[in-house]
Design a protein. Structure first.
Lengths: 231, 231
């Protein structure tokens, strides 16, 4: 029997927003982004365990927000690390702890989605497609086409158009078989780990591309926040 | 004395919007997109001539809309061609006609911006920066960074992450010295002409990249239209 987990990573320090408030706590339609994201995954699968990775320094603030907004979606909080790699690793350890003696990590029916806390608008179809592709292939990520002309800039500042149809923009949830993910995150940290897929690829395992939804934006600037208000 | 012109290209058949109405006529905050775009360039420089390239089949509809909305921004309408190349060429001929005997096309102080009719939100700073860079270097286009992880997909479907900091997304107005633009558009048409810059680059002339503004989106889907409502 397949069992699914989701790790929501909320590491933002909020610096890019020009704001003191870390971006995951900024509100869209009156609610903190991070609550919208957790609610979205909870409504996708109410019994799926949600692990929230949050910097230790923000946890008291988050718990106060949860009381203030009467936020009742069950989730387990773990502390963030220095990098995304270390934050995901902490989330992964929590899932391995949850599984405990019921399963071994090597069980191929255990699946983990890793999602950005500031992407509240991923569709349920995309979440489901990622889990299904991960169950089949081991690793899956949602991507969308590049809709504008794309140029590649060389070291000397010169640039040329590249065929945009050969490129994809990567979203989350990046979704994996737990066994594969655990093997990947047992590797020593490398600066080449730009996203979760890259950690798995460093093992030599290919990643399946799944069609994402365009509304699934990462909210990191005041512009994104304005866009988010309409979605 | 520098003299600036703008060609606004509105070739859209509206098919991608799932709508009978070509996308340049869809309304944002109650006004057709194309009017917002023309108003933006008019307010940037009220005396700058605006040439609107529109399919012949849409011109009667556009003129009716202008009466209905009491749209009084001066602009000259020319018919669109089969491709963007041919549409821009028609706009360019109109500018050469306007100049008439006052100047020769070879005058280095004549500048032309070519802008998408469905990009109403380009900032005046960006328009100005494009004209200034074109005056200095001959050809300039606004670009923005890629903010998400970017992957390159190979023919066999495999893909790998590429460094997104080496890539830029291209916007308009693509802006040129008229002399250079006329030389470029005297070339025979090629399918490799994906945007206006590519026509100039086919002459071997480099294009200068200018920092664009992120709100300057190309409105081509219902999602974009929803985003545009907030901007």
């Amino acid at each position: 029997m397949e069992k699914r987990f989701t790790i929501v990573v909320a590491g933002g320090k909020g610096l890019r927003m020009g704001s003191e408030i870390p971006k995951q706590f900024l509100t869209v339609q009156g609610r903190p982004l991070l609550m919208l994201t957790l609610e979205n995954f909870h409504s996708f699968a109410p019994s799926m365990p949600l692990v929230l990775v949050l910097p230790a320094s923000q946890q008291a603030y988050w718990e106060r927000l949860c009381r203030e907004y009467v936020f009742r979606i069950p989730h387990t909080i773990v502390s963030g690390g220095d990098t995304r790699f270390h934050s995901v690793l902490n989330g992964l350890k929590e899932i391995q702890h949850m599984i405990g003696e019921q399963h071994t990590t090597a069980d191929d029916h255990l699946l983990v989605a890793i999602h950005d806390g500031v992407r509240p608008f991923v569709s349920h179809d995309v979440i489901n497609a990622c889990f299904e592709a991960a169950a089949r292939d081991g690793a899956a990520i949602p991507v969308i086409p590049v809709v504008e002309t794309l140029r590649l800039v060389a070291d000397d500042g010169s640039s040329h158009t590249v065929p945009r149809s050969c490129y994809r923009l990567v979203q989350t949830p990046q979704t994996f078989r737990l066994s594969l993910l655990a093997e990947a995150y047992a590797q020593p940290y490398s600066e080449a780990f730009t996203d979760d897929a890259s950690v798995v690829e460093a093992l030599g395992h290919a990643v399946t591309l799944v069609e994402g939804n365009r509304e699934n934006i990462k909210i990191t600037t005041p512009y994104d926040l304005a866009v988010a208000e309409t979605l």
